[in-house]
Structure formats: C-alpha cells, structure tokens
Design a protein around this ligand. Structure first.
Ligand code: C5P
Length: 223
C-alpha cells in the first residue's frame, strides 16, 4: 500500500468534458476522456484522502471509495465543485470545461432550416478563477492545453486564476493528453518557474501532482 500522506485531507477533483446543450439532442463538447482526473482521484484515495470526484460524461466506471458526482454542463460542474470545495484542502481542476454555452438552449429539437444558422454563445463562469478569488488555505491546481507559447500562457493563467500551479499538456503529442493512457506535462507555477516531466502514465503524473500539492501546502500557513 502507498504511503498515507494524504490522510485527513479532503481532495476535490473535476474530470472529463462538459456538454453544453443547444437543444435536447445536440450539444457542444470536447474529446476529454476523464482518464487524467480519475487517475488523480484514485491516487489521492489510495494515499488516504477523502475524495470527491465531479465528472462529466465519460466511459469510465465510478471508482470505489470516493464520492462521485455526475454532471453534464459547465454550470452544473460549477455548482458541484464550488459546493465540494468549501471544505476541501486541495482542488484539482482537470475537467475540460467548455468556455461557452448556448445563450438560450432550445427546449424542443430544432428543425433543419435552409441555409446558414447562427448560434449565440455566452461565456461560462471560470470555476478555477472563482475558487482562486476565495482561496483560503486551499491548494488550487489547474490544467492547460496549449498548441503554442505554452509555458508563458500557462504561467499567465496560473497568475490570473490564482492557482498554485498548472500542468501544461500538449494536444498534439502522440499517445498523450486526450484519451491516451500516458501524459507528458510541464509543471508551471504562477511565478513562471517550470519543470518538464517525462512522458509517463497518467497515474504517475497524478502521483507527482499530489507530491507538488503537498509541498505547496507545507509551505503555507494553515488557517
Ligand atoms: O483558461 P483555460 O480553460 O485554458 O484554463 C484551464 C484550467 O481552468 C483548467 O484547470 C480548467 O479545468 C479550468 N477552467 C475552469 N472553468 C472554465 C474554464 C477552465 O475551471 N470555465
């Protein structure tokens, strides 16, 4: 059994995609598999944490030994995470949250019309940024996927959202990120310092993530 170094801590993890419905049968989403977030939740559980996993629709069974909350939309994810975060020591936002939702989702299936259609989208709340505005003693961790200028953009995000660090991953590297069992990430702190981690399993990335979260926590006065 792994070391029980998270015993007594409450860890909240978000995972998977969100679905932003346009009408009852159509939605905007993304290919997030949930594997990275589930790996973080399972690793935290195995190290003794009390875990709440808030997940969008994924093809993974609910892990045992934790509280699992199923959501679809970014607004539902927001409410579930903000609620669970109140008592949390560590919050890891692994979910691939849709930036926009339909300004007015239709309650009936929309019929096809001739020619182009326009969909009016409105921004979703940034959950990580909101948690960052009322952070308390919590450790806040984000993920980011960038195709270019990754480290600078991720450091800017960590700073703007008041996250302690962000794991930057790359959508274009074979076998990693969306859907893969491996990941290759760069740890980027708000102060711009960063470390490339080797390509490894998502479970090993989760292990290192939680090690870093414990270091951040140890360096912070507790309320
Ligand atoms: O700004 P960007 O979406 O690249 O930031 C990614 C990080 O912010 C991820 O940790 C993601 O879960 C989180 N996020 C969020 N709410 C949003 C968008 C992203 O919490 N609306």
């Amino acid at each position: 059994t792994p070391k029980q170094d998270l015993r007594g801590l409450r860890v909240v993890v978000s995972a998977g995609p969100t679905r932003e419905y346009l009408d009852p049968v159509r939605f905007i989403s993304n290919p997030s598999s949930g594997k990275m977030g589930f790996a973080v939740a399972e690793e935290a559980r195995d190290r003794g944490a009390q875990v709440t996993l808030v997940t969008g629709p994924v093809n993974l069974p609910d892990p045992a030994g934790m509280s699992v909350v199923h959501i679809e939309s970014a607004l539902q994810l927001h409410d579930a995470v903000v609620d669970a975060a109140q008592a949390a020591d560590v919050v890891v936002m692994t979910a691939a949250v849709a930036d926009y939702r339909a300004a007015e989702a239709a309650t009936e299936k929309q019929a096809k019309v001739a020619g182009d259609v326009t969909i009016h989208l409105t921004p979703n709340p940034d959950i990580l940024a909101e948690l960052g505005r009322d952070k308390g003693a919590r450790v806040l961790v984000g993920f980011a996927m960038e195709t270019h200028a990754g480290v600078e953009r991720a450091a800017g995000k960590a700073q703007r959202k008041n996250a302690d660090f962000i794991l930057l991953n790359y959508p274009t590297r074979e076998g990693t990120a969306f859907g893969g069992d491996d990941n290759q990430v760069t740890l980027v702190r708000a102060d711009g310092t960063h470390e490339d981690w080797p390509r490894t399993s998502k479970r090993e990335v989760a292990r290192r993530l939680l090690d870093e979260a414990l270091r951040v926590r140890a360096a912070r006065p507790q309320a």
